[in-house]
Design a protein. Sequence first.
Length: 288
Amino acid sequence: MKATTKPWIFTANCPSVIGTVDVVTRYMAEAGNYVEEIHSFDDREANRFFIRVEFYPQSADFTAEEFTAEFMSRAKQFEMEWELTPPNHRPRVAIMVSKYDHCLNDLLYRYRTGQLNIEVPVIISNHPDLESLAQWHNIPYYHLPITAETKQEQEAKVRELIEQYDAELVVLARYMQVLSSEMCQYLDGRAINIHHSLLPGFKGARPYHQAWEKGVKMVGATAHYVNDDLDEGPIIAQGIQTVDHAHYPEDLVAKGQDIERVTLFNAIKCHVEKRVFLNGKRTVVFGR
């Protein structure tokens, strides 16, 4: 049944009522679509149902327009919000970064090797340091310095670039600036940030050194959607690793950066594969 191409992806959410799984799977069967993977979850606290389906059309005449026309009436009965993503869709991702290059390096490698099914049309930074890395990948790099006095103007230019390059997602790959409330609202639900998981205990400069002085026994990273709560947006992915007395501050930094790289990659991959649903202040994330 499986085709040689990538699958179509169907995602939906709606109020929790009887028949939500059936309306999707019954239509898939009647339309002749072979379901390869299906995940669903009913949040009894929020009274909300979520579903994700990977499928392969068996008809050579399959079109998204036909799917929409035929499924729309069924979805309406369940007040279902749904989306159909074609196999060839590669989300356009704008990356923002400051001076730390570990996350940017990792993302560009995974982009170049096809591990991330995305396009990276632009890189934006408040420092010039990583321009050569962007040039090596033939990606436009914009250096937009920022100060307290120029913050509003700088963020306006960032928004212009996001729209100019038609970016669906913005990734803050260790962009070491606090976004304004206006910018957070602009990016709400379509920007992913990464930071160490030592917060809120070790704030400010040299968090790993602070943690070492307290003798922490684990370090980690958190990837989350950007919202107007600083570093407290809906969490997509987290990573963690144990450490002990033999790890010095520089060891904690190195381990922390490794975890940040992998955690950010996992979050972006889940997002572009339509595995993440915003559910109020939380997320529903379907694994592979």
